[in-house]
Write a protein of this length. Structure first.
Length: 577
């Protein structure tokens, strides 16, 4: 199916909702056709009615742009999403999904079945040390946001994360920037720092933003939040400090100093993150800084960061390589261009492939999308069924005649074969008696060599000298069967259960150690994959986490402990003697 001629982008910020309609130009570029935005009332950190306000704003903006049931790509704010950058061991392409899922289970601070998560590899295919970015959001929180978007009648096409949408917008508009850059997005509740260096990216959200400034003003002047916000918008600016004279109005001068003090806190967090990015992520300090977000329209904010960071500071222009349609509200777009980075990044997702392609759609949307993708196959299958029924009806009469003649022939053969049936049954009885007599001997021989064979088989699965076994224990019904070696009769090792049935060994517990190695705990995972190839075990339908019940890592011991409980193949029957 062809791509739609236009696509809708929606950005849900902490204190504003903005929407835009884009289309592709004949040259493959991005064209902005319509744009509008709406402010949310109240303190974004405390207003419990925020989702209702979002739904009302989406409805109002959709009506303004003439949107009804369009599919929309929307972005959610960075503070709503758990983001983690993780280093990965060298992997084959087939193993990436399993390893990243394991990392997600270890890093996401919620049960993995209660979140919607996605990931993307970073650094390119030739990266020596692969890295992935993990993003996750609680399913119930995402559903509430999605209900606010779809309630007015829109349909969810994709859900992105605001900092990653900004990253895509930067790469599209500033492809000529080769030096390390820092994009500072100062929003209402948080400031997103986006480090861009070649094909690599790193983000961090800092809980300081425009509403932090407003709260400080409200506290200083003993005023309500909304009144302080209005004062900030009308008269607020960043005090330049030093030898610069204060504003002639003492109240405005005092407010400018409050704003500067709050931004000084933000500057300290930026410096701290710069050091973390350089030392822990192996990145380079930025050579240029770009400012964006609603708060950067405040006077003298660029001069403040230039002074504090001692770096070139520019305003990020997300429309640098984007065409604006003549019918668009150019005055509003020009005034709010610094707030439109996320919308441009979302629009690019509808245009072509992007450097960052995360998608956090709710489970209901994912299922509907899967059903839509399968719909052509359902239609084709229905047509095949109809054609089959028609052909079956056409040949039914001839088939019935042929069946009658064939049945008569089979009846004649059956009468002849029935004479041999009684003889065959007699020999089957003799064979059963022989099998009963030989079974104890066969079982004794098998049990005699089984454990030697099993140990040899396990030994063949070792591919690294950094891994070794310390204990191998047979189990029956998840209980050890070796207890009778240390206790009297009637212990766990008794050969008969309480009901008189013979107990069978159905699994083994393996404990061992592994020492420091380039693969870390993945050497245990490799051993588990090797065991899958053995005919003695039944691992095909089990997940790795169900088999590896203990896997220590991260401390300073000379060796780490691992433990596995491996079920034997159902065809292997070893009785507990």
């Amino acid at each position: 199916m062809a791509e739609p001629t236009s696509f809708v982008a929606l950005n849900i910020g902490s204190q504003r909702v903005s929407i835009a309609e884009f289309s592709a130009t004949p040259q493959g570029g991005l064209l902005l056709k319509k744009y509008s935005s709406s402010e949310l009332l109240g303190d974004p950190a405390a207003d419990s009615s925020r989702n209702a306000q979002v739904a009302a704003s989406v409805k109002e903006l959709s009506a303004e742009l003439g949107l009804k049931k369009e599919a929309v790509r929307y972005a959610i704010s960075g503070q709503s999403v758990f983001t983690r950058f993780v280093k990965l061991p060298p992997l084959t392409e087939e193993k990436v999904g399993d390893i990243v899922e394991f990392e997600a289970q270890q890093n996401v601070p919620f049960p993995i079945n209660e979140v919607v998560w996605d990931y993307q590899l970073l650094g390119g295919e030739d990266s020596v040390e692969p890295e992935a970015v993990l993003v996750a959001i609680k399913s119930d929180a995402l559903n509430e946001i999605n209900d606010a978007v779809t309630g007015p009648g829109l349909q969810t096409a994709m859900v992105d994360v605001a900092p990653m949408a900004l990253y895509n917008a930067f790469r599209y508009n500033y492809s000529d920037v080769s030096e390390p850059a820092l994009l500072v997005d100062i929003g209402a509740r948080t400031t997103n720092l986006i480090y861009i260096e070649g094909n690599s990216v790193f983000t961090r959200s800092i809980p300081v933003g425009g509403s932090t400034i407003t709260t400080s003003i409200a506290k200083e002047f003993q005023a309500p939040f909304l009144e302080a916000e209005q004062k900030k918008i009308e008269d607020g600016f960043v005090a330049l400090g030093g030898a610069y004279a204060d504003h002639e109005d003492e109240a405005i001068a005092a407010m400018s100093k409050v704003i500067r003090n709050t931004l000084t806190r933000l500057h300290a967090e930026v410096v701290r993150t710069n050091n973390f990015y350089r030392t822990q992520q192996g990145g380079s300090l930025p050579s240029v800084v770009y400012l964006c977000g609603a708060t950067v329209s405040m006077p003298y904010i660029r001069e403040f960061f230039t002074e504090k960071l001692n770096l070139p500071v520019e305003f990020f222009n997300p429309l640098r390589n984007v065409l604006v349609a003549p019918e668009a509200d150019s005055e509003k777009i020009s005034a709010e261009a610094h707030k439109m980075g996320e919308l441009v990044g979302l629009g690019l997702r509808g245009l072509s492939s992007c450097p960052m392609e995360l998608d956090l759609v709710p489970e209901s949307v994912a299922k509907a999308r899967e059903l839509t993708e399968r719909k052509p196959f359902f239609v084709l299958a229905g047509a095949c069924v109809v054609a089959f029924l028609a052909a079956a009806g056409f040949f039914y009469s001839k088939g019935a005649q042929l069946a009658q003649s064939e049945t008569a022939a089979f009846d004649a053969k059956a009468t002849n074969l029935n004479r041999y049936a009684s003889k065959i049954k007699e020999w089957e009885t003799v064979q059963s008696e022989v099998d009963m007599k030989t079974e104890p001997f066969t079982e004794a021989v098998f049990n005699r060599i089984f454990w030697v064979s099993l140990l040899d088989d396990i030994n063949q699965r070792f591919t690294s000298d950094t891994l070794w076994l310390t204990e191998l224990e047979p189990l029956s019904g998840e209980e050890p069967v070796t207890e009778s070696l240390f206790e009297g009769d009637g212990g766990a090792g008794d050969g008969d259960s309480a009901e008189g049935e013979r107990k069978m060994i159905d699994a083994i517990r393996i404990m061992g150690l592994y020492r420091e190695n380039p693969l870390r705990e993945q050497v245990v995972v490799q051993f588990y994959e090797q065991l899958k190839e053995s005919g003695n075990f039944s691992l095909e339908e089990l997940d790795q986490k169900d088999v590896i019940t203990r896997l220590d890592s991260g401390d300073d011991r000379w060796a780490q402990v691992f433990e596995m409980i491996i079920p034997l193949d159902p065809g292997i029957r070893i009785p507990v003697e």
